[in-house]
Design a protein around this ligand. Structure first.
Ligand code: CA
Length: 216
């Protein structure tokens, strides 16, 4: 998952943003002033910055040239009546802004959208040349999207979520197809075969007399 730096001097806001991003699975770094932020920008590999404008030591605008040079996507935090701040922030290269106070759901939606737009989004799981994005139900192989049917993706998702664990055919049938009887497990075998072919991988192992396991 993406690593996000939060630069905000107001502790309650900083902690709230951090908490929400971490609950959504992102890795976070925090800075309470512009100078601390600058140090972290220069010493870490950061995928996105949540940047407050009014900050002690160095303000948000003063950080923008460094952020632009490192090409890090940025969402600015602006005050409710700060129209000029928004305009100036966007002109200086910010990718988006959020007006304080904001709801967690808006923050997460904007973070997701900026990461997607700027190609900084990280796959939930990567192996060989395959990247799997569970939220978007998307799979890339060698950077190219693989066309999976709804059931194929659902099956892959269960295997990813339980990677390293042997999943019985009956269990897979029940979760993916919603059958609560142990018939028709051939359906599972057929879909697994198609998944293997489409992904061009031998990491979906057959477990003799049981079912399948993803080794990734
Ligand atoms: Ca502030």
């Amino acid at each position: 998952m993406a690593k996000i730096l939060i630069i905000e001097d107001e502790e309650p806001i900083r902690e709230l943003v951090k908490l929400n991003l971490e609950m959504a699975g992102y890795e976070t770094l925090v800075a309470a002033d512009g100078q601390e932020g600058l140090t972290l920008i220069e010493s870490h590999d950061i995928d996105l910055i949540i940047l407050d404008i009014m900050l002690p030591k160095l303000d948000g605008y003063e950080l923008m040239p460094t952020i632009n040079k490192k090409n890090i996507p940025t969402i600015m935090l602006t005050a409710k009546d700060g129209l000029m701040d928004k305009v100036k922030g966007l002109e200086m290269g910010a990718d988006d802004y959020i007006t304080k106070p904001f709801e967690a759901i808006e923050l997460l939606a904007r973070v997701k959208s900026v990461l997607r737009r700027t190609g900084k989004e990280k796959a939930n799981i990567t192996f060989d040349d395959i990247e799997i994005f569970l939220d978007q139900r998307k799979v890339l192989k060698g950077g190219q999207e693989v066309e999976l049917t709804y059931k194929e993706f659902s099956l892959l998702q269960i295997l990813v979520e339980n990677r390293g664990v042997a999943m019985s055919r009956e269990k897979l049938l029940e979760i993916v197809w919603g059958y609560d009887f142990p018939g028709n497990t051939r359906t599972v075998d057929m879909h697994i075969q198609r998944l293997r072919n489409k992904l061009g991988t031998d990491r979906i192992k057959t477990i003799y007399k049981v079912g399948y396991r993803l080794e990734a």
